[in-house]
Design a protein around this ligand. Structure first.
Ligand code: HQG
Length: 179
């Protein structure tokens, strides 16, 4: 299957597994999982296509796991707007993390810090290349902010690392941001 078609399916999967499962007629459990068989039927795709999307994914957006009941399930690794408890363990972040965004948001971010908006957490990148790719989604000039994550952690802010290497926290107040 063409790469562009896989990207299209990946986007439909993200929408269903993070934001609007009901539109696909599926229900996520409290940790965000849905049985693979049910998901394939709802998406109208075969297993080979699903595996191609999951394993070929540039950001490892999805995870497949077999539960204690022997049922294979899939979920999005992060990025949800529907309430799910991902069960992520707290982790000690590196001293610096990064956040890529559009220049248009800079003044507001400097005034109020990074806010999670519709997602469960603020998403931070481990390196500037990743942050640049995230910021490029906004179109226009990209701003890469440096987050003093180590200092935040020592000051009592909690960090989590999702299974695909995205760092998550509740907010980044302005004093911890550098342009
Ligand atoms: C901005 C994608 C004004 C923030 C990416 C961002 C990432 C503010 C936008 C993941 C603000 C939210 C997350 C403030 C934050 N004033 N703007 N105070 N605080 N913002 O998409 O971090 O492809 O929810 O800078 O690659 O861009 O979905 O978050 O521009 O990993 O897997 O509000 O989503 O991954 O946008 O991206 P988003 P994000 P996926």
């Amino acid at each position: 299957m063409e790469h562009s078609q896989l990207v299209k399916i990946s986007k439909r999967m993200s929408k269903a597994l993070r934001h609007q499962p009901e539109r696909l007629g599926i229900t996520l459990d409290e940790a965000g999982w849905v049985p693979v068989a049910e998901f394939l039927a709802a998406m109208g795709i075969d297993r080979g296509t699903l595996d191609a999307v999951v394993h070929g994914n540039d950001k490892q957006r999805f995870a497949i796991a077999t539960g204690d009941d022997g049922v294979e399930r899939i979920r999005a690794n992060q990025g949800h707007s529907v309430p799910v408890e991902l069960g992520l363990a707290e982790a000690e972040p590196p001293e610096l993390l990064f956040h890529g965004t559009g220049a248009a948001a800079l003044a507001s971010i400097q005034a109020t810090g990074l806010n999670k908006g519709g997602r469960h957490h603020v998403h931070l990148s481990p390196d500037t290349d990743t942050a640049r790719r995230v910021g490029a989604r906004r179109g226009g000039a990209i701003v890469i902010l440096t987050v003093l994550a180590g200092q935040m952690c020592r000051d009592g802010h909690t960090f989590y690392r999702s299974d695909n290497g995205v760092w998550l926290t509740d907010e980044v107040p302005p004093p911890y941001l550098r342009t």
